[in-house]
Design a protein around this ligand. Sequence first.
Ligand SMILES: [Mg+2]
Length: 261
Amino acid sequence: MQRSQLIIFTDLDGTLLDHHSYSWQAARLALQQLKTQLVPLILCTSKTAAEVSELHQELELSTPYIVENGAAIILPDAKDPAHFFGKSYTELIDFVQLLRENKGYRFSGFNDFSVADVASETGLDLPQAKLAKQRLCSEPIRWDDGKDALAEFQRDLAKYDLQLLRGGRFYHILSKAADKGTALRWLLKHYPSPEKRNWYSVALGDGPNDQSMLEAADLAVVIPSASGLSPEPKNTTIIRAKEQGPNGWNQTVLEILKYKE
Ligand SMILES: [Mg+2]
């Protein structure tokens, strides 16, 4: 029987990256070990491809990465460099704006925000905020309306095959067909094409929007959340990291690598 090979999927904000400083430095040792042991690391985030691209280079990765909460997968060396799940950004924005006009919902999204607004809402600097606005197929929004309106908004989105996910800072509107778990499963099937591997998948995340990714993996690592809301994965083996962000990430990944040997 072919021995299974380890592959790691990770959320970024609040997981590999510190919730406040966006730094991954505390995970340096584990990242180095993954490289030495040739364990593929797949970034899986609500961030845009434009934002992740820089980090991907900084971490010297050549693996695919999952962006906008699973709505798109970027395949750096493939003939088709991206794979999409669901509607385009223009379609999504047109519908959501019409819905807001017709029903009077109060919310603001990245499409409404200037680069400076995005910077002040997120704590990103201006160049990063500009990259965060370059979206392919999902929209983060700040909800300024009540709970009942939110439930109704969700029902309206569902009628148009859209869904609302709760992230660390924002709600994210994206196609129903898209989530981090679906993207993870797609990659396990297609990566690295055409060679088939017997993967043992580990996923690390800290937020409710990581739930589907954690449940789709063989082993789920829950990183304690800095924003208060944690994922509660079911039907999978779970490790709960002791510390938040890249510290917890570093400790847990080193443990998993030790166990693998
Ligand atoms: Mg997160």
